[in-house]
Design a protein around this ligand. Structure first.
Ligand code: ZN
Ligand code: ZN
Length: 365
């Protein structure tokens, strides 16, 4: 095994640099992952854009078990050489959230509450290798892993967590089943992944975007979504009436960043008794918000965040089945010394038309 590890460390606002680390020595409860591919996520981009303690970003990680302690191997059910997709959570396993299966709510894995989570931990905390933009990653005893079949193309495997969110939000929170109509605001990586989960659940899917996301709307169609609505040129409510013969949609999900308009219009296009899922922070309140429509139409409004063990399993099985042309989402793949460009591209400030941006740390340019 290599003695030295190269990793891209986010050292300040919009700045990363390659640094060398020592390969950690392991206890029987720990492991080391050889990172194959990392999908760049919006969370990585927001960490990258701010000043903070140096850390290795990247948490949508797929790789191979490079070394593993005897206890970890038994607990995780994996051996050296296995290919795995990792969850970003490092749950305590003991608290009420963990004991009831919602370990994504465990406060020990919430960086906002001082917890630790892959891709957010400063390199000052030993053994430093907590992020995916690195040749190797440290596997903490409480790591959550899922085996991934070796036939799956790396860029498809890199979609595990966005798809897991899709299954969690659409199928488990939205209770979407065959025959339901689902509308999704925001045809980015996360919105398209949610659309795929809705298609896998047998629903009819309407993808909603703007002229600025025209290419993504076209891609939504190529991926099998039933209808697309461009709200820059079409009236949303009118088109939803037309598509659903006036019935409106069963479930709507908003994953757009920026303005609050999609939240308000989501309430308008949902049928009586339907569900509105909110999956994107707005960092602002909604002006003149009228909650009466929620009562009048007996709507359920739910905030959705993260994934469960079950939804990640569903995502892995979906990817392994090869049912959908997931590689179409792949837009940019970079080497470890291009992490800066990868983060800028994913944030809309680098190369054009980002969708699924990935880094393959095995290649150093
Ligand atoms: Zn993420
Ligand atoms: Zn816990």
């Amino acid at each position: 095994m290599a003695e030295k590890v190269f990793a891209a460390v986010a050292t300040g606002a919009k700045q990363t640099e390659l640094q060398e680390f020592k390969m950690p020595a392991l206890t029987p409860e720990e492991g080391i992952l050889r990172v194959e591919i990392v999908g760049v996520c919006g969370t990585d981009v927001s960490y990258y854009s701010k000043n903070h303690e140096p850390r290795i970003l990247g948490h949508h990680v797929v790789g191979y078990i490079e070394s593993i302690g005897e206890v970890a191997s038994k607990k995780w059910g994996v051996s050296k050489g296995d290919r795995v997709a990792m969850e970003e959570y490092i749950p305590c396993g003991q608290c009420e959230s963990c004991r009831t299966g919602v370990y994504r709510s465990c406060r020990f894995t919430d960086p906002r509450a001082g917890g630790i989570r892959y891709g957010t931990i400063p390199v000052s905390l030993a053994p430093s290798l907590w992020g995916g933009f690195s040749q190797y990653m440290y596997l903490h005893p409480n790591t959550v892993l899922h085996k991934m079949a070796k036939h799956v193309p790396a860029v498809e495997a890199a979609l595990t967590l966005p798809l897991a969110n899709g299954f969690e939000w659409i199928c488990m929170e939205g209770n979407v089943k065959p025959g339901k109509v689902v509308a999704i605001h925001g045809p980015g990586q996360q919105g398209l992944a949610c659309g795929l989960a809705a298609k896998a659940a047998g629903a009819e899917v309407i993808m909603v975007g703007r002229s600025s996301s025209l290419r993504r709307l076209e891609l939504a169609r190529e991926l099998g979504m039933d209808h697309i609505i461009n709200i820059s040129t079409e009236n949303l409510l009118f088109r939803v009436h037309e598509i659903t013969a006036g019935k409106l949609v069963d479930v709507v999900l908003d994953v757009t960043s920026g303005g609050t308009a999609p939240v308000t219009s989501s309430l308008e296009i949902t049928k009586k008794g339907g569900t509105v899922l909110l999956g994107a922070y707005k960092y602002q309140s909604i002006p003149d918000f009228n909650s009466d429509v929620i009562i009048k139409n007996t709507l359920t409004v739910k905030g959705v965040r993260g994934h469960s063990y079950q939804s990640v399993k569903m995502a892995v099985e979906f990817i392994e089945s090869g049912q959908f042309p997931l590689s179409k989402l792949n837009s940019h793949n970079y080497s470890l010394d291009q992490v800066d460009l990868a983060l800028r591209t994913a944030g809309g400030e680098g190369e054009l038309s980002p969708l699924l941006v990935t880094v393959s740390p095995g290649f150093l340019g």
